[in-house]
Design a protein around this ligand. Structure first.
Ligand code: NAP
Length: 491
């Protein structure tokens, strides 16, 4: 399949070098690594392959820029973020195409992610001037207490491939607003979206050294020295719980401030009084957004036994009608998975569930053959999934809906909480008291009530338990990048 000229042009505009101290430059060894289109398995670009030395150069740039950046007027930082928001939105089609080419999701979804990412820039442009402190009388004496907020300092960001622009924007925007400088290491599978975002930030007038981007095929070797360096003050990581835990251990040596946005295993509860049409609609969004490769993806559907079969049947009917294909093609709903490893894992989880007695209503396997050269997987609905199946405990990260049933509210809540993860839960009911009761009982950082999505730049996104800690977005998002100083003043 030849690459279309529009695709070539979009890719050509993206820098393929490291972005350090305001310069686009090759790796110090001159090495590069390939980026692949998961819909075809074909190489679409080569990007610079940073060494640990390049990473330290990027940190030097961030550390050198820190003091002056912290002194910049908050309004000036706000204007740069606002400008970047405008630029991103003006270029949404090209940026979405680049994202689809390296990540696979359908173009409409990539456009939605660019808008979502841009909204973080706008939200934090509005928050930058609102950072403030406190002045109060000492309650027990004549003195005064003054508190002030200051940027944490140079940050290291490590981001995943599944939302390659938004997961970066969610960190970059509040850090810029707070007055922090940063080194970003995007996932090796999707470096182009981050390089394109850096170019947008540069065009918006972000001073040299505030944002530095290093792409690499050796993330372990490149990130570790950054976390050991005394100039680094904070790590913010989005990715798997496993890697997050390891990076946290590496951060312990220098007691870094740490934010962790990790894996999920979201339960989707449908009670007997739910609006079933709305629940199926919500299920489609919660399950299939991002080809199911989302930390917020509904992993397990727990449906009241009186409606479980009907829910599964309707969900299967809707999922069967979806078009699978290369995300760049019109009318495609579901793109490929990111790579063969991910596809094999999804296939394994489905087989394991079937082995545990689940019934396959639709799909169940790889999509291959001449029309499907990449890592495609059939939209799949499994019903009657037992608690022993691995996919009830493990993140699926694919277009597979596993439906199980419950007989009481207590049983539903117990099943929902029977996981080490705690990112998000979905629930459908028409009973307000039940909605509040269940929301309070769910051990998650976020709950969606009668809707299939929680992500919103104005809201604090984040998890509990093994899904991590720290919040991105909302009023809370900028707090991750601020520290408090207090002065005791004798009067
Ligand atoms: P991952 O394997 O943990 O990778 C995430 C990032 O860490 C990538 O940049 C990766 O780079 C890097 N990395 C991997 N090993 C590393 C090491 N030894 N040292 C330093 N960096 C290392 O996760 P993923 O497969 O890309 O992303 C999927 C996971 O992210 C899922 O579990 C999902 O739930 C989670 N996620 C969570 C949120 C949230 O907000 N809670 C949002 C989105 C995704 P390379 O890939 O180049 O090695």
């Amino acid at each position: 399949m030849a690459i279309a000229s529009e695709e070539r042009t979009a890719l050509e505009e993206v820098p393929k070098e490291l972005y350090i101290a305001g310069d686009w430059r090759a790796s110090s060894t001159g090495a590069s690594f390939p980026v692949e289109d998961p819909a075809t398995g074909r190489e679409i670009a080569q990007v610079a392959d940073a060494t640990p030395q390049d990473a330290l150069l990027a940190l030097t740039a961030a550390a050198d820029a820190q003091e002056q950046w912290a002194q910049t007027a908050p309004r000036e930082r706000a204007e740069i973020l606002r400008g970047a928001f405008e630029l991103l939105m003006a270029d949404v089609d090209r940026l979405a195409l680049v994202m689809t080419l390296e990540m696979g999701k359908a173009l409409a979804e990539s456009r939605a992610e660019i808008s979502y990412a841009a909204e973080f820039l706008r939200w934090f442009s509005e928050e930058a001037p609102r950072v403030h402190g406190r002045y109060m009388r000492n309650p027990t004496g004549p003195g005064r207490l003054l508190t002030m907020r200051a940027p944490v300092g140079p940050c290291v960001f490590v981001t995943p491939w599944n939302f390659p622009t938004a997961m970066g924007a969610r960190k970059i925007a509040p850090a810029v607003a707070a007055g922090c400088t940063m080194v970003v290491k995007p996932a090796g599978q999707t470096p182009l979206s981050m390089l394109a975002l850096a170019q947008v930030m540069e065009r918006a007038g972000l001073p040299a050294g505030v944002l530095n981007v290093i792409t690499t095929s050796r993330s372990g070797a490149v990130v570790k020295p950054l976390l050991n360096d005394p100039r680094t003050r904070k790590l913010s990581f989005t990715g798997s719980t496993e890697v997050g835990r390891m990076l946290m251990e590496q951060s312990a040596g220098r007691l870094l401030r740490v934010s962790m946005e990790l894996g999920g295993n979201a339960p989707f509860l449908v009670f007997e009084d739910a609006d079933l049409d709305a629940a199926v609609e919500g299920a489609l969004i919660a399950k299939l957004r991002n080809v199911g490769e989302a930390c917020t993806a509904a992993n397990r559907f727990h449906v009241h036994e009186s409606i479980a079969d009907e829910f599964a049947r309707r969900l299967a009917e809707r999922m069967k009608a979806l078009k699978v294909g290369r995300g760049t093609e019109p009318d495609v709903d579901i793109g490929p998975l990111i790579d063969e490893r991910q596809r094999s894992k999804v296939a394994e989880l489905v087989q394991d569930a079937v082995g545990h007695g689940a019934e396959t209503l639709i799909g169940g396997g790889r999509l291959s053959g001449p029309g499907y050269p990449g890592y495609f997987f059939e939209p799949t609905v499994l019903s009657g999934v037992g608690a022993g199946a691995r996919l009830m405990r493990e993140e699926i990260f694919g277009p597979v809906a596993a439906v199980a049933s419950f007989s009481s509210e207590l049983q539903a809540l117990e099943a929902a909480n029977a996981t080490d993860y705690g990112l998000v839960a979905y629930l459908y009911t028409r009973d307000l008291s039940r909605a509040l009761r269940v929301t309070e009982g769910l051990q998650t950082g976020m709950v969606a009530v009668n809707q299939g999505m929680v992500s919103n730049p104005a809201a604090p996104f984040g998890g509990v338990k093994q899904s991590g800690f720290g919040r991105e977005g909302g009023f809370e998002g900028i707090e991750e990048y601020l520290q408090t100083k207090y002065a005791a003043i004798a009067v």
